[in-house]
Design a protein around this ligand. Structure first.
Ligand code: PEP
Ligand code: MG
Length: 587
């Protein structure tokens, strides 16, 4: 009997990255397997070991199947990696130790296997030898699979999508985003999140549409369901009807012609109608994104989030590995500047492969992260600073510290930097001795003490993603309160004004590198408040540049002045939106 046609279902979320996609869904369940822990009764212990055997057999079959497919589609060499996975699975030490752990503790087999495999992962990750270090990620991959099989969870991997797919996930963590199959994911949709969650930043860097905060979609959508993702209006339509598809086809045509106009204008200079040049820069996370910096004609990199080199790794990249990455970016972007942000791990960017360095915290956003971590792990910090300094001999590099809360932290970081400079000088290694050093202003205490920080900074960059979160006490990744995350809150507008005024008194330029900078509705407000440069995901540059070329700075200043007198976030937003719509005919 024919299956009844599935009914169309429209769900509203938050528009997070522009574009429209139509395709089949892949439902992604977080890869970090939660391992329950319990005691196994004596009479059930034999069955527990059989359960382990069965999970190992299933895992072996799955890996062999993937190996066969990869060999067929990509070639024998690509398939070799799975030999290492099969070997890890048959490793008598790993399996034997798990059984011994089980016999001595009586804890469920998942807990024992997890304990033993984590021990192995940590041990291999510490080796100098690259081959042995890679064994750590082989064991991690295999261990995840075994645990999923033990727990009866479906196999799921973002890094190996079968074909072009709309990825629907509960959330996409930074480490997921580092491994996502960028050639196959055509849109991202997440149950949780707000406009500044990392899934959004990733979608924008991939130039694919994204909708976030679509509660429970992972529960309603099935693998293989067809859907439209409308990243302009924040809508996802499951099982669209013929007439909906036709309507969206028309919308897509119009959007495409508008985007072509934006791209055409992007070749021109970013100058307002009254002749004021505006500096528009790019945010990047990975070295290969420098291609976009160029293709979107950014005037340099205003934020290079270096933590992405660390996220999916069980070990800290060496100074040399970091140097090569930073040098490549500096060389490709020269003569424009590259602002390299020192490590911002922790909080929403935990280093999952390294639980020893980042123990679980109750409140990671206010915890052991970023500069706090670097000042306590100065060996790691110094490796990074030396790598950045060395790269400064190959382009125009600047250093920026994240999460600075006050001048003491800034001075301590600068003291470590000075030590690194002395060391390099002593070894005759070249670097730019006049390299500029600045701070992100993203914690309210830094904003309030901007006058003090300005004395020791060559520049400021306002991280509005975090600044808004801390100023308004709104978790930036919590969809339940996403509607309260208001960039036009008077507290935000006044704080930006305060930072700019204090910095400018001392001749310190101020840029914005949070998501607000890449939104053409907010950009005029920021420029009117005196912001000197805007840094954003490269794909947002055309729409911001288009607006800059359609407005006068005098009007932007008037908008800012008026906003400073207003009391309601909604009113200020409406004013900014009207400013934008009056200048850009949105189709
Ligand atoms: C910010 O907080 O605005 C920012 C740019 O940094 P991140 O999003 O990486 O925290
Ligand atoms: Mg931040």
């Amino acid at each position: 009997m024919a299956q009844p046609a599935k009914t169309e279902l429209t769900v509203q979320g938050i528009a997070a990255s522009q574009g429209i996609a139509y395709g089949q869904i892949f439902v992604y369940i977080q890869s970090d397997v939660e391992v329950p822990s319990y005691q196994v009764e004596a009479e059930k212990r034999i069955e527990e070991v059989s359960r382990f055997d069965r999970a190992l057999i299933t895992t072996r079959q799955q890996i062999s199947k993937i190996q066969g497919e990869v060999e067929k589609n990509l070639g024998a060499e690509e398939a070799l990696i799975f030999d290492a996975h099969l070997m890890a699975l048959e490793d008598p030490a790993l399996i034997g130790e798990t059984i011994r752990e089980f016999e001595s503790t009586g804890q469920n087999i998942e807990t024992c296997f997890n304990k033993v495999s984590q021990r192995y992962i940590q041990a291999f990750a510490k080796f100098e030898d690259e081959y042995l270090r890679e064994r750590a990620s082989d064991i991690r991959d295999v261990a995840q699979r075994v645990l999923q099989n033990l727990l009866g969870q479906a196999e799921n991997s973002l890094s190996r999508l079968a074909d072009k797919r709309i990825v629907v996930a509960n959330d996409i963590s930074p480490s997921d985003s580092a491994s996502i199959d960028r050639s196959a994911a055509i849109a991202l949709v997440t149950d949780s999140g707000s406009k500044t969650s990392h899934a959004v930043i990733v979608a924008r860097s991939m130039k694919v549409p994204a909708v976030v905060g679509v509660r429970n979609l992972t529960k309603r959508a099935r693998n293989g369901d067809w859907a439209i993702v409308d990243g302009y209006d924040g809508v996802v339509i499951l099982n669209p009807s013929e007439s909906t598809l036709f309507r969206y086809g028309k919308i897509q045509e119009r959007k495409k012609s508008f985007e072509a106009r934006l791209l055409q204008a992007n070749r021109e200079k970013a100058v307002t109608l009254d002749g004021v040049p505006v500096s528009l820069m790019a945010n990047i996370e990975k070295v290969d994104e420098v291609a976009q910096v160029k293709s979107f004609a950014a005037e340099g990199v205003g934020l290079y989030r270096t933590e992405y080199l660390f996220l999916n790794s069980a070990r800290i990249p060496t100074e040399q590995e970091q140097f090569l990455a930073y040098k490549e970016v500096a060389e490709s972007v020269a003569p424009h500047p590259v602002i390299i942000r020192t490590l911002d791990l922790g909080g929403d960017k935990p280093m999952s492969g390294n639980p020893d360095l980042f123990p679980k915290e109750n409140n990671p956003f206010m915890g052991f992260r970023a500069i706090r971590f670097c000042l306590e792990h100065q060996d790691i910090f110094k490796d990074q600073l030396r790598a950045i300094l060395r790269s400064s001999a190959h382009g125009k590099v600047r250093i920026m510290y994240p999460m600075i809360s006050g001048s003491e932290e800034l001075l301590r970081a600068n003291a470590v930097l000075a030590e690194c400079m002395t060391e390099l000088k002593g070894r005759g290694i070249p670097f730019d001795e006049n390299l500029e050093v600045g701070a992100m202003i993203e914690i309210p205490s830094a904003a309030v003490t901007a006058d003090i920080l300005a004395k020791d900074c060559a520049f400021f960059s306002i991280g509005t993603n975090d600044l808004i979160q801390y100023l308004l006490a709104i978790d930036r990744v919590n969809d339940r309160i996403a509607h309260l995350y208001e960039p036009t809150h008077p507290a935000v507008v006044r704080t930006v004004k305060h930072i700019v005024d204090e910095a400018h008194k001392q001749g310190v330029p101020v840029s914005v590198c949070g998501e607000m900078a890449g939104d053409p509705v907010y950009a005029p407000l920021l420029l009117g408040l005196g912001i000197d440069a805007l840094s954003m995901s490269p794909s947002w540059l055309p729409s911001v540049k288009y607006l800059v070329r359609a407005m006068t700075m005098a009007d932007a200043r008037a908008l800012a002045a008026e906003s400073l007198t207003m009391e309601s976030p909604k009113e200020i937003y409406a004013r900014c939106d009207a400013f934008y719509r009056a200048r850009v005919k949105v189709e």
